[in-house]
Design a protein around this ligand. Structure first.
Ligand SMILES: Cc1ncc(COP(=O)(O)O)c(C=O)c1O
Length: 635
């Protein structure tokens, strides 16, 4: 149990104390400190104050905070209190009464249970109203207007559902302004405190009048043509629009529709008021590039990577490019990497006119298979780009040993793996240099951005020069010692990064919890297997959550059917050697790297982000199981 739950536990203990007192007053009259009153009440009071919270804990009431007080929460609560009463009843019957002869009597236990239930329910709902969530943005503090103004088309149950999701989930950054509906009986009324305008033909006028930034179409029962007409009008205005739930075959609202269509993004950066304030402060300082935020960001990155130096740059692709320049690869040289990665891991080799040589992957970990590495080395090989795919470290010891034997430079593409450990060693600076990327779908974000890490001072200085138009440390602004680039990270991005890095450990832990929850819900589903973690992965840094579909299950059909249920999924990855321009340039054909190709055809990434709730995970997994059943049985 986390430390932040202790005040709630103590409050429940206190409520039990009050209920016992009340029950005692009702049963035995006003309290006094003499016998037999104390021996009647005291043993029971002590037992109740221990057993009640224990029963609530067993029922799972302390397992999470109560952001959404769902029916399930309520059932947990009631079963916790009832369970506690049963335990107390049994302990009174078999322990207190035999040992102390007279103790709290069964009727008093029932009275106490009833009072306790009422108090705990009231307390829990008060708590729900007042609870402050770390990820909630305190817009007042930032001094910014909170949201994008939203018009909800459809004032029926789907529209109201969209409204409550917007209200309940400030992370969405939306503010519902009004409903728009065609039904005459609704037009002119207030629903959920919002005005209902109509008919939908007036959309342009309402958008203008209400200062609308986005339209949400929530009329799942409407004919597809009606929805397409509204979308066309939004395009004309123009105003962005999205449709929830997604088009359903038959046009009817179905039980399969996730309860959380708005809240199920593929990924979602974890942004709090702190990041927003940090950006505002940079703006106020007027120092928007080359400043103290970048220096602090680099120091924190070096700490996380346990490396001597860190250099912030614009994105992971530019970071990898600089590694290729520093490795001095060029035309006629070969660089070895994996075909099962994001395209930038191989493109960086092409930027410097060297030739990428691919080595197939280990099907379990999806990382480069070191057993296949040595046979790919020729006298032209200069470097190896080892990628830590999906946040799982590649098997670095054999890679480093083979590289050492052949005098090759090792670059770690750790763009997806910040904070991961290989045999208790941090990824990033095990090789000569490494890269971390911070696009918004990553474990932490800077908007766009990346960092290079290295223990080599000379390389660190070279990176600093290369990212800054080739200026050396003591060069003047218009002196350029070498060919360089503008790969500098702005102070705005660095400021976000500083806050995110301070929260990194907590975010990685939450992502680990989300991944574990997925694995638990999917346990026993033979058709969709989670990623296997190697024994060498002593700390996994979850970038995405992927499952591998059983052979014969068409991955693309799974994606399409999930999409129909409003749940986004992605094919991850499409092997690099089969990308059209690699095939054109190098003549690769299917079959060249069978393990990567098999993985590319069967792996699908599920919605995943730091603050994903168990309920959402269950919605995704239920849909996945249904889709697989539909495909395999045709039902
Ligand atoms: C393994 C890997 N390498 C490189 C990159 C490139 O990073 P960026 O998108 O920041 O350029 C990514 C980005 O997703 C990646 O996953």
């Amino acid at each position: 149990m986390k430390i932040r739950y202790w005040p709630v536990v103590l409050a429940d203990v206190f409520l039990t104390f009050i209920s016992v007192i009340f029950a005692a007053v009702l049963r035995f009259g006003p309290p006094h400190f003499g016998e037999p009153y104390l021996s009647l009440v005291l043993p029971f009071m002590v037992a109740a104050m221990i057993l009640r919270p224990a029963s609530l804990a067993v029922a799972g009431v302390y397992r999470k905070l109560w952001r959404y007080s769902t029916t399930r929460d309520f059932v947990w609560l009631i079963s916790g209190v009832i369970g506690g009463t049963v335990v107390l009843f049994l302990s009174a019957r078999y322990v207190f009464i035999p040992v102390w002869e007279q103790s709290f009597t069964p009727p008093a236990i029932l009275i106490e249970g009833f009072i306790n239930l009422s108090l705990v329910v009231i307390f829990r709902f008060l708590l729900k109203e007042t609870e402050h969530y770390q990820e909630d943005i305190d817009w007042k503090k930032t001094g910014l207007t909170p949201t994008r103004n939203v018009l909800i088309v459809g004032a029926g149950s789907a529209g109201v559902h969209a409204f409550t999701e917007i209200v309940d989930n400030p992370q969405l950054g939306l503010r519902a302004m009004a409903f728009l509906d065609d039904e005459a009986s609704k037009i002119g009324r207030q629903i959920q405190g919002l005005p209902v305008f109509g008919p939908t033909i007036r959309i342009a006028e309402v958008v203008k009048q209400q200062g609308i930034d986005e339209v949400i179409i929530a009329i799942p029962g409407a004919p597809q043509q009606t929805i397409m007409n509204i979308q066309a009008r939004c395009q004309e205005i123009p105003v962005p629009c999205r449709t929830i739930p997604h088009f359903l075959e038959g046009g009817e609202e179905s039980a399969d529709v996730p309860t959380s269509a708005l809240k199920l993004p593929m990924s979602l950066p974890d942004i709090t008021a702190e990041e927003i304030q940090a950006v505002v402060k940079v703006m106020q300082s007027r120092n928007l590039s080359i400043g103290s935020r970048t220096v602090e960001f680099e120091k924190l990155i070096a700490d996380v990577a346990q490396a001597k130096h860190a250099v912030a740059v614009t994105n992971g692709t530019s970071a990898l490019h600089l590694c290729m320049i520093a490795s001095n690869v060029g035309s006629g040289d070969e660089v070895i990497t994996t075909p099962f990665s994001f395209i930038a891991s191989a493109n960086c080799i092409l930027f410097e006119k060297a030739t990428p040589v691919f080595v197939d992957i280990d099907p379990q970990t999806l990382n480069m298979d070191p057993a296949k590495l040595e046979s790919a080395i020729t006298e032209k090989t200069k470097a190896i780009v080892a990628v830590h795919v999906f946040g799982q470290p590649a098997d670095m010891d054999p890679i480093m040993a083979i590289a050492g034997k052949h005098n090759l430079i090792v670059i770690e593409d750790a763009c997806e793996a910040i904070g991961a450990d290989y045999k208790d060693r941090r990824v990033g600076a095990m090789g000569r240099a490494g890269t971390f990327a911070f696009y918004p779908n990553k474990q932490m974000t800077t908007g766009e951005g990346a960092a290079l890490v290295t223990n080599d001072e000379e390389w660190a200085n070279l990176f600093r020069s290369l990212r800054n138009q080739g200026r050396d440390k003591f060069d003047g602004w218009l002196n350029h010692s070498r060919l360089g680039y503008n790969y500098r990270m702005s102070e705005l991005n660095a400021a976000v990064g500083v806050v995110q890095l301070r929260r990194l450990e907590e975010m990685l832990k939450k992502r680990n919890d989300v991944a574990n929850a997925y694995t638990k819900v999917l346990a026993g589903v033979e058709e969709a297997k989670p990623l296997r973690l190697a024994p060498t992965t002593t700390n996994m840094s979850w970038f995405v959550y992927v499952v591998r579909l059983r052979e014969g299950i068409p991955r693309d059909s799974v994606i399409t059917l999930m999409e129909k249920r409003g749940i986004p999924t992605r094919p991850y990855f499409s092997p690099i050697h089969l990308q059209p321009f690699y095939r054109r340039q190098f003549g690769f054909e299917p079959g060249a790297f069978p393990q990567s190709e098999a993985a590319g055809e069967s792996i699908v990434a599920l919605p995943f982000h730091t603050n994903m709730k168990v309920e959402e995970i269950e919605v995704v997994c239920r849909a996945l199981k249904d889709v697989i059943r539909e495909i395999t049985t045709g039902a």
